[in-house]
Write a protein that binds this ligand. Sequence first.
Ligand code: 5AD
Ligand code: SF4
Length: 375
Amino acid sequence: MKYCIVTYGCQMNVHESEKIAAILEKIGYNEFTEKRDEADIIVFNTCAIREGAEDRVFGNVGALKKLKKQRKDLIIVVCGCMTQKEETAKLFYQKFPFVDIIIGTFNLPQLEHYISAVKTGRQLDLKTEGDIDEVNPYKRTSGENAWVNIMYGCNNFCTYCIVPYVRGREKSRKKENILNEIRGIVAENKYKKITLLGQNVNSYGQDLEPKESFSNLLKEICQIEGDFKIWFMTSHPKDLTDDVIDVIASEDKIIKDIHLPAQSGNNRILGLMNRKYTREKYLDIINKIRTKIPNCRITSDFIVGFPTETEEEFEDTMSLVDTIKYDSIFAFMYSPRIGTVASKMEGQVDEKIKNERVNKLLALEKKIQKEEGKK
Ligand code: 5AD
Ligand code: SF4
């Protein structure tokens, strides 16, 4: 029996699809295929971060109507961040009667149950919370890199972002569970890089009893013997404390590469985004990193066209990028997400202007890379 998993979105989803693969292999789907028309089960692991990502999922799921007509025994599953939203899950249920299983992010550990229950009818189920799943294993699929989740969810509620609504509040894994998983990965001798994952890794352990810190976790991971490197994402500028920068600087095992999303270079917009730092504070952190970790790679994410952003405020983002000279950036046009604070703000920016701004920012980044390359 063959299975196909179609993954959208971030590394977190890529890793979660490794869990889906392990569950499917356990129950008899023993061969992965990229070809949807060959598969006995197709799982769409979806992303809700921007409208574009959602549109792609709607299109690709819709395209399976014909295939399902020909192959009644084919099972189609839609799961992940999109279907964690009740309205979207219901929309899938009504609009695509050929989709068999619609579940959210918190139902994933019970995927096996939904697959066996599908005999009795279509499955639509959404939990609004769930404990960390330490039971289901992963089938690692990312070559020399092994993903390790250290925490789930997010408490930050940046006003544009859907993540806290579809992933719930921050929950850290117990340190011993993380260390044991990494010891196991290192013992397999197949992985050169271990990437720690969390929406906000710097606040790792703040919800544990007793509290733990990210810098301490990093130190303990580095004490594990073996030939491997550690990387992590994503860091939030408001929580990237000196102790973390010091550990990155002092530990050979940690890759000198920090993804530190700034989102905007303008203080009024940062305030409206609820980012809890200023341009000046952000620049301070960058300076600290560059002083303590010379040659550290630094990358960032930016959103252009946040509600009410003026041309001058966008220019502040341009000048921040020009000042810092990142090794690489991701730039996104602001996409209103239903249920978030920013989606209800007045002064939504025209798509055409967003498009111009994103192109301008990416052109600047390209120019910087060329100049830095020459140096
Ligand atoms: N619109 C555009 N970009 C967004 N991001 C998150 N939410 C939105 C949104 N509503 C971007 C941020 C984040 C990255 C993963 O996605 O820049 O850092
Ligand atoms: Fe979204 Fe902000 Fe949390 Fe990142 S820190 S996941 S942008 S709410």
